[in-house]
Design a protein around this ligand. Structure first.
Ligand SMILES: [Zn+2]
Ligand SMILES: [Zn+2]
Length: 141
């Protein structure tokens, strides 16, 4: 009858959190599982999932669920926006953009209580732009 409280600081959860904090790529559970497994070879994907869910519930990390794409996890809990590359699907942080403040005000004035924001910008990441311009210059002349 182990309760969540008793399990709070399992070594596994510590490793999962440590590895997530090192990444700025917003990994999916399976991506994180592949990384955590290097340190904990016996851990299962189910355990990684369960611990991620718990960390989300404790508000230690954030879950990013947007439009049909696989759930990703973010150790950065400060409110920030994301930009997704339409070419390779990578997800990056946009820290400098005020977190939808105007939109939130607008929605609030319609009687809603705002509990979060799932704005997602889409674009082409620097790496893909390089690849693209490479293609273009080859196509030229
Ligand atoms: Zn890209
Ligand atoms: Zn983020």
């Amino acid at each position: 009858m182990a309760t969540e409280k008793i399990q709070r600081n399992t070594p596994q959860r510590k490793v999962i959190l440590e590895e997530l904090e090192k990444l700025s790529t917003h990994p999916t559970a399976s991506e994180l599982y592949a990384i955590v497994r290097r340190r904990l070879p016996r851990i299962s994907l189910g355990t990684v999932y369960r611990n991620l869910e718990l960390l989300v519930r404790n508000r230690t990390i954030k879950k990013i669920e947007i439009g049909g794409s696989e759930t990703r996890f973010d150790a950065e809990c400060m409110h920030h926006n994301h930009v997704r590359c339409v070419e390779c699907g990578c997800l990056d942080d946009l820290m400098d953009i005020p977190a939808g403040s105007e939109t939130e005000k607008l929605i609030h004035s319609n009687g809603y209580e705002i509990i979060g924001c799932r704005t997602e910008f889409i674009g082409i990441c620097p790496d893909c732009r390089k690849t693209r311009s490479g293609k273009h210059s080859r196509v030229k002349q």
